[in-house]
Design a protein around this ligand. Structure first.
Ligand code: NAP
Length: 460
């Protein structure tokens, strides 16, 4: 049905919605805006000339099954009511000094459209503010992931120049940490048929074959954010081994952890980790999964570069689902040439007042909104709405909720609030039903009641 707008009789009769960000949050919102209305036009804007955000620049290249969601987004883009405005930065010009395309402040965009949905994700690395963090060899996962995924901002990252072995430490126990570990441990045969950045592929190939990777979490196995599928992948790489010290695994088994671990996915994960810990794996490339160590400093080594990460051994304290890592004062240095800080992401979304972006008051710097509405005519979707958690598919329910809020407000505001009329396509469907209902030899059997016409308009 055609929803009439206040501009129904002008040259642009349909409500127009801008979605800022073309990752899963943005594209799923566009999908449901287009699906659940018949006349809303959607423009997705993105700072890069190319679409798909996190799917292109965040998902690991050896996870093509996750990237295949792009096919769904390609389908959305075939709608006549969809348009894409790439290479447009939405925000304050000072927040994109090297951007060479158009820069549109968010408040200007809000004046140009009937509604604006911000879906810019959590674009910044959460900082690990420790002594030595500025040393060459310390990088954050945002940069490392951006580098192997060919994100222009990070495409020039350099790996350490080492001759006989690369020793890396990855800080954090989320799936991003495991992605980084897998990319560092993987043989070239694992990556050569992927869309990995060619420079990164060559740099990884040039590294010595011998690699030692420590992936270190501050809490125990039960609290680790990574999922079983991702940790299992570390046991499936050719010429690589996953190593876990059983004593370190068990050190996190407090009464509260045992209670937390009763959830089925955690039981499955623990069973797998126990199996790995019980085996005696060694290989040219080893990934050591370490627990109960919080980072305290980056230590300088030869040539003024990173030489080691210093950790403090921890114990768990606190109630079920609220245990924290408490330092014991015992320190352990892990020597390394590269440290990747994979401790999560934060948001710094554009400000509706047109000023420079800054972390907002919500979790991880997200907008401090309740639900999908940020301000009149301004909405959010994806990680900038709910924080940096969940898989690509988690955006579906989130985007449906945002799209519903936008459509409800458009209707209530009068932008699309004069009720539903019929479109030309609806007439075509009525026409088809009238022709199908015709008596022998008659061209059609005309509806004489409006209800019948409207029912026919809904027929497929
Ligand atoms: P995450 O899941 O939130 O993990 C962050 C990790 O950093 C946690 O282990 C956390 O430990 C640790 N951490 C935070 N602050 C720390 C500090 N100051 N010192 C030491 N450790 C610290 O974040 P993520 O790995 O960036 O992933 C973001 C989201 O993307 C997640 O939902 C993830 O599942 C998803 N993702 C999924 C895939 C996949 O499905 N294959 C791949 C990549 C990402 P605490 O728990 O102790 O805070």
């Amino acid at each position: 049905m055609l929803r009439l707008t206040r501009r129904a009789f002008s040259s642009t009769p349909s409500p127009r919605v801008a979605v800022v960000g073309s990752g899963p949050g943005g594209f799923y919102t566009a999908k449901y805006l287009l699906r659940d209305s018949k006349n809303v036009h959607v423009t997705i804007l993105d700072r890069w000339p190319t679409p798909f955000g996190l799917v292109r620049y965040g998902v690991a290249p050896d996870h093509p099954e996750v990237k295949s969601v792009q096919d769904d987004f390609e389908e959305v883009a075939t709608s006549e009511r969809f348009s894409y405005a790439g290479h447009v930065f939405v925000g304050h010009p000072a927040d994109a000094p090297s951007h060479t395309g158009p820069v549109v402040p968010l408040n200007d965009l809000m004046n140009l459209y009937d509604a604006v949905v911000v879906a810019t994700g959590c674009d910044l690395a959460r900082k690990l503010d420790l002594p030595g963090a500025e040393l060459e060899g310390v990088v954050n996962a945002r940069a490392f992931v951006g580098w192997y995924n060919a994100e222009p901002t990070f495409s020039h990252l350099q790996l350490p120049d080492v001759s006989d072995q690369l020793r890396s430490v990855i800080i954090g126990h989320g799936n991003v940490a495991l992605d980084c570990a897998r990319l560092l441990a993987a043989p070239s045969s694992h990556l050569d048929a992927t869309d990995i950045h060619s420079t990164a592929f060559e740099a990884l190939q040039r590294l010595p074959s011998k690699r030692l990777i420590h992936v270190v979490g501050r809490r125990g196995a039960t609290q680790a954010a990574f999922t079983t599928k991702e940790v299992r992948e570390l046991t499936e790489l050719e010429n690589a081994a996953l190593v876990i010290d059983p004593a370190e695994l068990e050190a996190g088994d407090t009464e509260a952890s045992i209670e937390e671990g009763k959830a089925r996915p955690l039981k499955r994960k623990r069973k797998f980790l126990d199996q790995v810990a019980a085996s005696t794996n060694t290989a040219e490339r080893e990934v050591h999964l370490r627990f109960l160590r919080r980072p305290v400093a980056f230590e300088e080594g030869a040539k003024g570069r990173l030489g080691a990460v210093v950790f403090e051994k921890c114990v768990l304290e606190g109630d079920v689902n609220a245990q924290t890592a408490v330092g014991t004062g015992v320190l352990e240095s892990i020597e390394c040439d590269l440290a990747v800080c994979a401790v999560g992401y934060t948001a710094s979304p554009p400000c509706p007042d047109g000023r420079r972006a800054r972390p907002q008051d919500g979790p991880a710097g997200t907008y401090a909104q309740v639900g999908s509405r940020v301000a009149p005519k301004l909405y959010c979707s994806g990680w900038v709405k709910r924080g940096p958690t969940g898989i690509v598919g988690s955006n579906v329910a989130d985007a449906r909720e945002t799209a519903a809020a936008v459509l409800e407000d458009l209707a209530a505001s009068g932008v699309a609030g004069y009720g539903e009329g019929t479109s030309w396509a609806d007439w075509r469907r009525i026409d088809g039903v009238e022709k199908a209902n015709a008596r022998n030899g008659a061209p059609r059997a005309k509806f004489s009641d409006v209800e019948g016409m409207l029912d026919a308009a809904k027929s497929s």
